[in-house]
Ligand binder design. Structure first.
Ligand SMILES: [Zn+2]
Ligand SMILES: [Zn+2]
Length: 405
């Protein structure tokens, strides 16, 4: 997330000295991991040919305001001085340790998944495992001694993961592309499928070139029965001071002949969602960004009402809000995404699932959603939730009465 050349999340509550140290570590980190191995000429040609590429940078379809200096300044100020006092939970959040045996890979027809945290999903499809934006590290930062820290442990030990067919990456921000996790995963993953330009970073980290597939928007690749399609998003990229928008960002369609999933990555609301819905909808489940929002940077991170509209546009059946509940990357209370999206789901009659991290959702079995986050709310938020639910009950009974009359 964030608006400036830095990822703003790394600036939060840091002294100028720490900010400088993080920036310097980041630059030296980048330099130190340079290897002689480079992506092929074909990869460069693909970048040059991309409709999203102009003058050495990737661009959004619509103009976004994150390069507006005065907006950047307001956002930075808001981020540093205007945070909700519950931006971080007062207690560690609960998890459900993943029961790996529940992922029965011999069952090629099943669709199962669990949220490992933030935007990290573990999915079983066509008897294989697919991971989205795997982040297992304690902090989302260029260094592990500073930066936003997890609200909960990862509900799964990385060593317990079986062979992974594909890791899908939405973009290169630290909360989505985590070097520590890629290092630990690289030998058990068959394919890394990434937006244009990210392949070089993976090569630098020791991922074998033949495992890397870079895709432009609307490009697709199939591994046996699993199809992965890079679809548009409205965001930006960069991990250091000098690599702003040098790699592409994307949302993803993950599907086979029986099931279809959508993963939004990080994005503002834009008309691309309608196109995605028309081309690839409906989706059984949609993992939609809902967290780290702020009106100031609304065009690169959706507000909850944008998430709801985007979900409708893509023609989703079940909404699973992600990019929340794990890291503090904005100014809102950590629980705000859950409160807002529950309200919107009720108003829009949308099926919402907010599983505890590690809880498994299986398409064959009914999932009973419950507000696990409720006991962890502030007293003030509990009162407003109670009021909202009472109001919904009154509304619902009025509808029934009107229908009876
Ligand atoms: Zn993010
Ligand atoms: Zn991002």
């Amino acid at each position: 997330m964030g608006l400036s050349t830095f990822n703003l999340s790394t600036l939060y509550k840091r002294s100028p000295l720490k900010v400088l140290t993080i920036a310097v570590s980041s630059i030296f980190g980048l330099a130190a991991c340079m290897t002689t191995q480079t992506m092929s000429d074909a990869s460069q040609d693909k970048i040059q040919a991309s409709k999203q590429y102009a003058d050495g940078k990737f661009i959004n379809t619509n103009k976004t305001s994150e390069q507006n200096l005065s907006k950047m300044w307001t956002a930075g100020k808001d981020f540093l001085f205007n945070k909700h006092d519950r931006a971080v939970p007062t207690l560690p959040l609960p998890i459900k340790p993943v029961e790996i045996t529940s992922f029965d890979l011999s069952d090629s027809k099943a669709l199962r998944f669990t949220r490992l945290g933030h935007s990290s999903m573990m999915i079983q499809i066509s008897g294989k495992i697919v991971l989205t934006d795997p982040v297992f590290s304690e902090r989302t930062s260029p260094v592990q001694w500073a930066g936003p820290k997890r609200f909960h442990p990862v509900p799964l030990n990385i060593d317990d993961l079986p062979e992974v067919e594909a890791v899908v990456i939405s973009h290169n921000h630290f909360d989505h592309l985590d070097q520590g996790s890629i290092n630990q995963l690289k030998n058990k993953v068959n394919h890394f499928v990434v937006p244009l330009g990210i392949g070089q970073t993976l090569l630098n980290w020791g991922v074998a070139a033949d495992k890397i597939t870079e895709l432009d928007w609307w490009d697709a690749i199939k591994f046996n029965d699993i199809e992965l399609v890079a679809t548009p998003a409205q965001h930006f990229s960069g991990r250091g001071l000098f690599d702003r928008d040098e790699t592409l960002w994307a949302s993803w369609v993950i599907r086979n002949s029986d099931h279809a999933l959508f993963f939004s990555g990080d994005t503002g609301y834009f008309d691309g969602f309608k196109q995605i819905g028309e081309k690839y909808g409906p989706f059984d489940y949609a993992f939609m960004e809902c967290g780290a929002y702020n009106q100031i940077w609304r065009d690169i991170h959706m507000m909850p009402e944008d998430t709801m509209q985007a979900f409708k546009d893509i023609n989703g059946k079940v909404l699973i809000p992600v990019h929340n509940g794990t890291f503090d990357l904005s100014t809102h209370a950590w629980f705000d995404p859950f409160l807002q999206i529950e309200k919107l789901a009720q108003e829009n009659n949308v099926t919402l699932m907010t599983p505890v991290m590690g809880e498994i959702i299986d398409k064959q079995h009914t999932f009973i959603n419950y507000a696990w986050w409720e006991p962890y709310l502030s007293e003030e938020a509990k009162i407003s939730l109670k009021k909202m639910r009472e109001l919904e009950l009154v509304k619902a009974s009025t509808v029934v009465e009107n229908q009876l009359n």
